[in-house]
Design a protein around this ligand. Structure first.
Ligand code: CDP
Length: 576
């Protein structure tokens, strides 16, 4: 009732206030005046129906799938990425979240990429680019006799165009900009976001090889190479560049690193070329013009009587993989090239959200060896079940067309999908599902979040109350918990409960890397995780985290030191 009054939306799925507000702003279909014309349940029906219909084209019965999809979505056991929720069943609906576009070293190619980016953003997708092929600033332009502007200048145009083209009219576009560690303009790139006010639609990542990491460790010199002619531009100290990356990451959270050799070692489609870029949040390395549609299982719902419910998890994986495979066919692509690639490789990215919630529900602290073990166990199970379903789908519908060019072929795995798993940040869909995001620990037990324009969302951990109920806390204690967003300093709360509700800033960064590595072990694509550091973390700490991520076979790394940006998307506690 209150929700109907507040937001004009009938809550027929028993969602949280924030979920209703986010759905109202961005997901529910609206009439010309901007009033919602569907309820949350009707949205799920629209999505389940549009995706189930694909079964008919394979001679299967869509009605059975419709019921399975609808049940799973309505229970919030699994949600697809935002574009699928927003656009499925709508004419021309684009359903994938992630794209990578090539940028070649010519004006023609650069502006072609820019146009393609605009079309993808308009359709609701995010884009990743490697700018490593562009000649450096000051290099020769033979046709005009002039001097080149360099990758960072061109990126500025992509950033501005992103500002102008809103993603499907619903959110601003997201981009990943990548430059190779040995590009002559690397220092300019690393520091481009430092002064702020620019590139707010970009995440920056440096692509670094194993050999370069080794040169950093040994304090060796490396040549910077002009990609236009392959000649050495100048020699620099690898350690110095690495230090500038870490200093910049310490002071502004950017750039991150992607470990490009690890990505290519695990790349199943090597015959089609090497991977140079990832999508905006890093969880999907892709070839030029590839895209990926994502979906996440809500692990908070995979617990029965204090234990992980593997039967339910397995069944949810089966439904989710079937669903995501259908999305590839239901998708309307903004570019013919992306359609061709999506249908040739049929990549999907099934992941998880609510991992922190699951741990609380089974009574295991996030910061514990056991949590690492559980992370591996769950993800291995999901990977195996996903493969099983993909093999079954292939036996009915055929393998992905490029199977014979993939490493799966040599392993004798006739899969339907070139990749199956990926761990997304689930920034919006975890709000809809009312669970913790991705595989992150709780950022805080109460916090303010700014994901909608001009709207502050206040959240208090929904599991906390249950644990604190019996403790007879004073009004003052409660106020303190809500104000600071942690249980620190509240004497009455037993250590066991404090351990269960430890927040990101109370968990050592190295341990957070280990959680990322544990999931990565069983993920085909990559894992999105922010390594949260307290405000007083040192530069050395940041370096350690980068090295550890590389050593433990992560595919990339992003750190965020509390307070290092003038504006954050999320703040702990309810005090400003
Ligand atoms: O929760 P939701 O499905 O909205 O997205 P997410 O898991 O936070 O992000 C998954 C991917 O969606 C990102 O890596 C981007 O590729 C894309 N994305 C985007 O294009 N624009 C945004 N504003 C947020 C995410």
């Amino acid at each position: 009732e209150a929700k109907l009054k507040l937001f004009g939306v009938q809550d027929d799925l028993k969602l949280s206030l924030n979920a209703i507000q986010v759905l109202r702003e961005r997901y529910l279909l609206k009439d010309q005046e901007g009033n919602p014309v569907e309820t949350p349940r009707q949205m799920m029906e629209r999505v389940a129906n549009a995706i189930a219909q694909i079964d008919a084209s394979y001679g299967e019965d869509p009605e059975v799938s419709y019921q399975e999809f609808l049940k799973t979505l309505m229970a919030l056991d699994f949600l697809p990425n935002s574009p699928t929720l927003m656009n499925a069943g709508c004419p021309g609906g684009q359903l994938a979240a992630c794209f990578v576009l090539p940028v070649e070293d010519s004006l023609d190619a650069i502006f072609e990429a820019l146009k393609n980016m605009a079309l993808i953003h308009k359709s609701g997708g995010g884009t990743g680019f490697s700018f490593s092929r562009l000649r450096p600033r000051g290099d020769r332009v033979s046709s005009t006799g002039g001097r080149a502007s360099g990758p960072v200048s061109f990126m500025r145009i992509f950033d501005t165009a992103t500002d102008v083209v809103k993603q499907g009219g619903k959110r601003r576009g997201a981009n990943m900009g990548i430059l190779r560690f040995n590009h002559p303009d690397i220092l300019e790139f690393i520091q481009a976001k430092k002064k702020g006010g620019e590139f707010e639609n970009f995440n920056f990542s440096v692509a670094i090889t194993d050999q370069e990491m080794e040169a950093v460790r040994k304090n060796e010199k490396i040549p910077l190479i002009n990609p236009r002619d392959g000649r050495v531009w100048r020699e620099v100290s690898a350690t110095e560049i690495f230090n500038v990356i870490c200093e910049s990451a310490w002071s502004s959270g950017e750039p991150g690193c992607i470990f490009i050799d690890e990505i290519n070692r695990k790349h199943p489609l090597k015959a089609l070329g090497a991977i140079e870029a990832t999508n905006p949040c890093g969880e999907v390395p892709l070839l030029p013009f590839e895209s990926c549609n994502l979906g996440s299982i809500n692990l908070a719902h995979m617990v029965t009587e204090g234990k992980i419910d593997y039967a339910k998890l397995g069944e949810t994986v089966r439904v989710a993989v079937h669903f995501l495979d259908n999305v590839i066919d239901a998708n309307y692509h903004p570019l013919p090239e992306t359609e061709r690639m999506a249908k040739a490789n049929r990549k999907i990215g099934l992941g998880v959200m609510g991992f922190a919630d699951l741990l609380v529900k089974i009574g295991v602290p996030y910061y514990s060896q056991q949590a690492l073990k559980i992370a591996e166990e769950i993800m291995q199970y999901i990977m195996l079940q996903a493969r099983k379903t993909s093999l079954e789908l292939a036996s009915r519908r055929g393998t992905f067309p490029n199977l014979e060019k993939s490493t799966w072929y040599t392993q004798n795995l006739p899969l339907r999908n070139a990749t199956l798993t990926s761990i997304a940040p689930t920034g919006s869909i975890s709000i809809i599902a009312g669970c913790s995001s991705g595989i992150e620990p709780y950022f805080a037990l109460s916090f303010r979040r700014y994901v909608l324009e001009n709207t502050e969302l206040i959240e208090v951990n929904p599991l906390l109350e249950e644990y604190l109920k019996g403790l007879k806390l004073s009004q003052k204690d409660w106020e303190r918990i809500l104000a600071q967003g942690t249980l620190q300093g509240i004497e009455q709360i037993p250590q066991k409960v404090k351990d269960l509700f430890r927040t990101a800033l109370e968990i050592p960064p190295e341990f957070q890397v280990k959680v990322q590595a544990a999931f990565q072990k069983y993920v085909d694509n990559a894992v999105s995780k922010t390594i949260n550091l307290p405000q007083n973390a040192s530069l050395e700490e940041v370096k350690k985290v980068f090295f550890l991520a590389h050593e433990t076979h992560c595919k990339g790394i992003t750190v965020f030191r509390q307070g290092s940006r003038s504006r954050q998307a999320i703040y702990p506690g309810l005090l400003s």
